[in-house]
Design a protein around this ligand. Sequence first.
Ligand code: NAD
Length: 356
Amino acid sequence: MQSIKADTYSIYFNNVGYEYLASILKPTYYSKIFILVDENTNEHCLPIFLANLATEIEIEIIEIESGEEHKNIETCVQLWHSLTELGGDRKSVLINLGGGVVTDIGGFIACTFKRGIDFINIPTTLLSMVDASVGGKNGVDLGLLKNQIGIIKEPKAVVVISSFLETLAQLEMRSGLAEMLKHGLIYDKNYWNKLKDLTLLQIEDLETLIYESIEIKNKIVSQDINEHGIRKALNFGHTLGHAIESYFLENELKNKLLHGEAIAVGMILESYISLQKKLISKEEYAEIKYILDTIYDKVIFDKKDIDKIIDLLIYDKKNEFGVIQFVLLDGIGKIKINQEVENKLIFNAFDDYKLA
Ligand code: NAD
């Protein structure tokens, strides 16, 4: 598979990725390699990765606990200490081997340790392959608020090894699929059409679909790395999706929602709002809702939940001058950014979501 050129780095695939790593992980470039893992990627991915990695540089492994609840500043403090105690210096390189939690936090740690060291993302979940590892957004949650602390800085490289997905749970695969569906909805109707009939897809198609998804994300990010305009498209489904994810993260009475599961609900709600603003047709809305409802379980919300979720919208990172800004669909495959939406419409969207 051909490498994809991003703004300041490239995304390499499979063996070409290992060859790239061998070419840069040289003692003349780097003093030490740190590999950040969580307990699952330590068990399932690290042995394979190390067996294929050709380097003479000393390697240190640092493990964090898996899960969104550890994507916070406390984990960062531990990591800054670990890097210091293990002799990290400005010529160290950090390899983030994991899902979006590891690549988000690892990128942030690398950008801040000694005012910045190189980092390489090796995504091991579908979600981090098609989305989190690409585009240079790094950061952590602040309490229950998603990604409030962070920095935009591109990695030195991304290496996608698709065989890592062999050990990934089905639920996590489904979570990653949400971001792929989003890429189709916001940018490429043909890609959406390909994905929407999952029953026709074979497992061999997955590599190509991952590749196409990364291409879409990269095309959008390359035009607007700092998210002043078009990059906001990637937040479709995330304004309400992030608020829902945050709310479920802190609420012990609720089952945990994976990132992609929350985003899938967010995409249905924001598609409903797009319909009400006459930006998509009834047929388009019905299709989006049907496809997402078929793949993802219904989430139950009561009035109190919805009130709290709407309260959380004031912390959304797209807000400007205190105004909540939505990204809405403008037909499948296109978007409109900076859309203001009245609360009544959000309540109506939740009401409609309940219906089959
Ligand atoms: P995750 O990192 O929590 O990984 C999901 C689970 O899979 C974890 O338990 C992990 O240990 C396990 N795992 C990872 N790889 C595995 C493998 N190969 N085999 C078996 N188990 C494996 O979650 P995620 O869905 O990858 O990422 C979600 C995070 O990504 C969220 O914090 C979200 O905010 C962030 N995100 C960031 C961006 C960005 O642009 N930076 C974009 C989208 C999402």
